[in-house]
Design a protein around this ligand. Structure first.
Ligand code: CAA
Ligand code: NAI
Length: 246
């Protein structure tokens, strides 16, 4: 039980990587807040995990909306008495070539992927400082590290996540709070399902392990960074991408 008695909030966890992380954290004894914008899927997902005997609670949140994030954090603290781990996993894409990208889609992706991470971390922070310890895990992407065709908005947002991670590591280390990021490669979720088949095949062919990641591959990296096993890992960007680029 690597997360026994730990209270973890995982955003964007009704589906995909976040959902796999909720299950993985709960298996390791954590009390997990499944926080998502999608109320129907989130409620059902939490119900299924509770039926398996896990301590999982769904709370609706729009990470881009500070008031909504205040409610998420307030409700979590009220229910569990504190917070130990924040996984900033919620993220969206609105892919288009630069020449065709709608400026509203550029802004929307930044609102969720950048402001969302900022909002959740800033609002959780006093509760971690109060405990004198904590773990913050941010979700970047290989697109934020290397760039990607059709992802001006998304790559910018995921590069920003790396910048925030390193800045917060420098600010918060002295407060006992670990801050790290995971940069997943292409992972089998609805996000990748939207890609043209031709591009998926092309991407798979350049992955050294010759397969896309499974959500669990990324959840295991979150788990490592949330557990005490990574206490001396700080300000790091962990690439979990099957060796797509080295
Ligand atoms: N890498 C390399 N080439 C790509 C590419 C990519 N990621 N995406 C598109 N291309 C190529 C296409 O194969 C096509 O090449 P040809 O002209 O030789 O046929 C060319 O770019 C133009 O593409 P489209 O004809 O599809 O142009 P479009 O305007 O209709 O659509 C698009 C553009 C919306 C960007 C679409 O191509 C697309 O969805 N591409 C995938 C983008 C992508 O990789 N998204 C990642 C989603 S998963 C994710 O975001 C998770 C993560 O963190 C990695
Ligand atoms: P997904 O689309 O399967 O799940 C994302 C979840 O976030 C959904 O449940 C959605 O309802 C929720 N969400 C969206 N906007 C929200 C908001 N404003 N507030 C709260 N919740 C919101 O996506 P996936 O693939 O599981 O992605 C998880 C994270 O991993 C994202 O940050 C994504 O950018 C990142 N990532 C994904 C990769 C992939 O190939 N799937 C690769 C690299 C990074």
């Amino acid at each position: 039980m690597r997360l026994q008695n730990q209270v973890a909030i995982i955003t964007g966890s009704a589906n995909g990587i976040g959902y796999a992380a909720v299950e993985r954290f709960a298996e390791e004894g954590a009390q997990v807040i499944l926080a998502d914008y999608d109320e129907v899927t989130g409620t059902e997902a939490a119900k299924q995990l509770k039926e398996k005997g896990y301590d999982v609670t769904f709370i609706h949140v729009n990470v881009a909306d500070r008031e909504s994030v205040q409610q998420l954090i307030g409700q979590t603290v009220k229910t569990y008495g504190g917070i130990d781990i924040l996984v900033n996993n919620a993220g969206i894409t609105r892919d288009a070539m630069l020449s065709k990208m709608d400026p509203a889609d550029f802004q929307f992706v930044l609102d969720v992927n950048v402001n969302g991470v900022f909002n959740c971390t800033q609002i959780v922070l006093p509760h971690l400082i109060e405990k004198g310890k904590g773990k913050i895990i941010n979700t970047s992407s290989i697109s934020g590290v290397y760039g990607n065709v059709g992802q001006t908005n998304y790559a910018a947002s995921k590069a920003a996540v790396i910048g925030m991670t390193k800045s917060w590591a420098k600010e918060l280390g002295r407060k006992g709070i670990n801050v790290n990021a995971v940069a997943p490669g292409f992972t089998r979720t609805s996000m990748v399902e939207k890609m043209p088949d031709k591009v998926i095949q092309q991407m798979t062919s350049i992955i050294s392990l010759q397969r896309l990641a499974l959500p669990k591959d990324i959840a295991n990296a979150y788990l490592f960074l949330a557990s005490s096993e990574s206490d001396y890992v700080h300000g790091h960007v962990l690439h979990v991408d099957g060796g797509i680029m080295m």
